[in-house]
Design a protein around this ligand. Structure first.
Ligand code: 9MR
Length: 471
C-alpha cells in the first residue's frame, strides 16, 4: 500500500497553490502538528543544522523556536569540526559543541557529530607540523578522535567518522590530493579512525559521509565505491554502522531520490543504515526573485520524494536538511544556488514543508520500520541521558491545542467542538476533492470514491488534520 501512496506526481503543495489555499507568502496547512511529532511516532529522526550564527548568538529568535519545535535531530554547521575543536595541538575547545549538546539535551533532540576525519577544515598546525609524517599523523588523528569522542561519550549519538574521502573522478577512488590524512597515512586512516571512535564510545553510531552518493550505483560511481568499501569494512570487523548521503542537489536532479533508494537497499544487505545527512534542493542563484508557485511546488515534490524513500526503506534512520531558513544558507554564501530549504527568508514554511508533512502522514507509523530501538523514542527519553524533564511536552504549546475532534462512520464525518467549521478533504496526492463551510455536527461525503484521504477541519485558529479511509 505504501507504494500506491507514494507515486504521486503532484505535490500536495502544488494542489494547495493551484487552488489558492497557499498563495504568495506561503501558509502552513499543518499548523496544529509538527514534523517532530510525526517523526517521533515513526521512530525516525528528522532535523537540521544549527547554523554558526546560532552559536554566535547572532540569529533571529524564530530560528530556535522553529528548530526545537519542528526537529528531533541536530548537527553543528561548523563547530564540531577539527579546526573548531582542536585549534592548537592537543588544546581542545568544546565551548560551542557543549552549547549545542546542552540545547539538545534540554529539548530532547538527538545529536549528530560532524566530522572527525576530513580533508577540509583541519587546523593549520596539522599540515605545517606533520605533513607527510605517517606516525605523527596517526598519533594526531588518534588523539583527536579519542579526546573529542571521549568528551561527548553518551551525548553524541552518531559521528561522521570520515567525511568526503572519495574523489570526484568518473572512476571513483580515494581522494589522494589535498588531504593531509590520505597523503601522509594512506587509506588506512579511514579504518583506524573507525576503530578509535568505537573505542572512545562503543555505543555511538559511526558513519562514513560523502556527497554525490545520490548519483546512483553505476560502475565506477562514488556510491558503488563506498558500498564496496563498506563490504570490506564489515568483512574486516571495522565498526561502521551507517553511511551518510549528504545530498546537496538542484531542482533539476529528478532521478536522485530513487538512486538513494537503491543505495539504501544495497546497504541493507550489509546491515548498515543509510542517513540523509545534508539535504538541500537549491535553485540556480540567478532565479532569485523570479521563482513562481510552480517552481516551489516542484521543489516540494522533490522533497516529498526523498521523504517517501526515507520512510519506505527500513534501514534509513535520519533525514537531515543542511539549514532551516533560506536566510542562512551555505547555498547563497558559497554555491551560486539559492532558496534550497524548508523555510523562506522570513521563516515562513514553504510548500516543501507541507510536502514533507504529507509524506509523513501518507506513511502511518504502523507501516514505517525503524532501525532504532523503541526505547529511544519513549516520552521524556528522546534525549540520551533521560534527563530531559518535560521539555518535549513543554515545547508543544507552539503547536496549537485544539478542542476540535472528528470521526468518520461510513460516509458521515462527525465534528465535535465547532459551530461553523470549514472542512477540506484532499486525496493522498494532495488534490482538493471536497470542501464545505459552516459545518456544525456532521457533513456527508457521499461523492468521494473509496480510498484514503486527508481531512482538515478548521474553525478560527483551531485546526485538525486526519488521514481517513472511505470504504
Ligand atoms: O555549511 C558549512 C559552511 O559554513 C562552511 O564554510 C563549509 C566549509 O567547508 O562547510 C559547510 O558545510 C559542509 C559540510 O561540513 C560537509 N559537506 C558539505 C557542507 C557544505 O559545504
Amino acid at each position: 500500500m505504501k507504494h500506491t501512496l507514494s507515486f504521486s506526481r503532484i505535490a500536495f503543495s502544488a494542489a494547495l497553490i493551484s487552488t489558492g489555499i497557499i498563495g504568495t507568502g506561503f501558509s502552513n496547512a499543518f499548523a496544529d502538528e509538527t514534523i517532530r511529532d510525526l517523526a517521533k511516532e515513526r521512530h525516525r529522526f528528522i532535523g537540521t543544522i544549527l547554523n554558526s550564527e546560532w552559536f554566535n548568538d547572532d540569529i533571529e529568535p524564530e530560528f530556535e523556536e522553529i528548530h526545537k519545535t519542528q526537529f528531533n535531530v541536530v548537527v553543528a554547521e561548523n563547530e564540531m569540526k577539527f579546526d573548531a575543536t582542536e585549534p592548537n595541538e592537543n588544546e581542545f575547545n568544546f565551548t560551542k559543541g557543549d552549547k549545542m549538546v546542552e540545547y539538545a539535551l534540554a529539548n530532547g533532540i538527538r545529536v549528530r557529530g560532524h566530522a572527525l576525519a576530513w580533508h577540509s577544515q583541519v587546523a593549520g598546525w596539522v599540515s605545517s607540523n606533520y605533513a607527510g609524517q605517517k606516525d605523527k599523523l596517526l598519533a594526531v588523528l588518534k588523539n583527536h578522535i579519542e579526546k573529542v569522542v571521549g568528551h561527548y561519550k553518551g551525548q553524541v549519538a552518531e559521528w561522521d567518522v570520515v567525511n568526503e574521502a572519495v574523489n570526484d573522478d568518473y572512476n571513483a577512488d580515494w581522494r589522494s590530493t589535498n588531504s593531509v590524512w590520505y597523503e601522509g597515512i594512506g587509506a588506512e586512516f579511514l579504518d583506524s579512525a573507525f576503530v578509535w571512535a568505537h573505542a572512545a564510545d562503543p555505543n555511538a553510531e559511526l558513519c562514513y559521509n560523502d556527497y554525490s552518493l545520490e548519483w546512483g550505483l553505476r560502475e565506477g560511481s562514488k556510491a558503488s565505491f563506498v558500498v564496496e568499501q563498506v563490504k570490506r569494512w564489515k568483512a574486516n570487523g571495522i565498526p561502521i554502522t551507517c553511511v551518510g548521503t549528504q545530498t546537496h542537489i538542484e531542482i533539476a536532479h529528478e532521478t536522485t531520490p530513487q538512486n538513494v533508494r537503491a543505495l539504501a537497499k544495497a546497504l541493507a544487505e550489509l546491515d548498515v543504515t543509510l542517513n540523509i545527512t545534508e539535504l538541500d534542493i537549491g535553485f540556480p542563484k540567478g532565479s532569485a526573485g523570479k521563482l513562481t508557485d510552480a517552481d516551489y511546488a516542484k521543489q516540494g515534490h522533490l522533497y516529498r520524494q526523498f521523504m517517501d524513500v526515507f520512510l519506505e526503506e527500513p534501514n534509513m534512520g535520519e533525514f537531515v536538511i543542511w539549514g532551516l531558513t533560506d536566510a542562512h544558507s551555505w547555498l547563497d554564501e558559497q554555491q551560486g544556488k539559492t532558496e534550497g530549504l524548508l523555510y523562506d527568508k522570513n521563516y515562513k514554511p514553504k510548500p516543501a514543508y507541507d510536502s514533507i508533512m504529507v509524506s509523513l502522514k501518507a506513511h502511518p507509523a504502523s507501516e514505517v520500520k525503524s532501525p532504532y530501538p523503541e526505547s529511544l523514542f519513549k516520552d521524556r527519553m528522546d534525549c540520551q541521558t533521560g534527563n530531559c524533564g518535560d521539555s518535549t511536552i513543554a515545547i508543544k504549546p507552539a503547536a496549537i491545542a485544539t478542542h476540535l475532534s472528528m470521526q468518520i462512520a461510513g460516509r458521515t464525518l462527525s465534528i465535535a467542538g465547532a459551530n461553523a467549521a470549514k472542512v477540506d478533504v484532499f486525496d493522498v496526492q494532495g488534490r482538493p476533492v471536497f470542501s464545505a463551510k459552516n459545518v456544525k455536527g456532521f457533513v456527508k461525503l457521499q461523492d468521494l470514491a473509496e480510498g484514503l484521504y486527508m481531512i482538515r477541519v478548521r474553525e478560527g485558529s483551531a485546526s485538525l488534520t486526519k488521514r481517513i479511509a472511505i470504504r
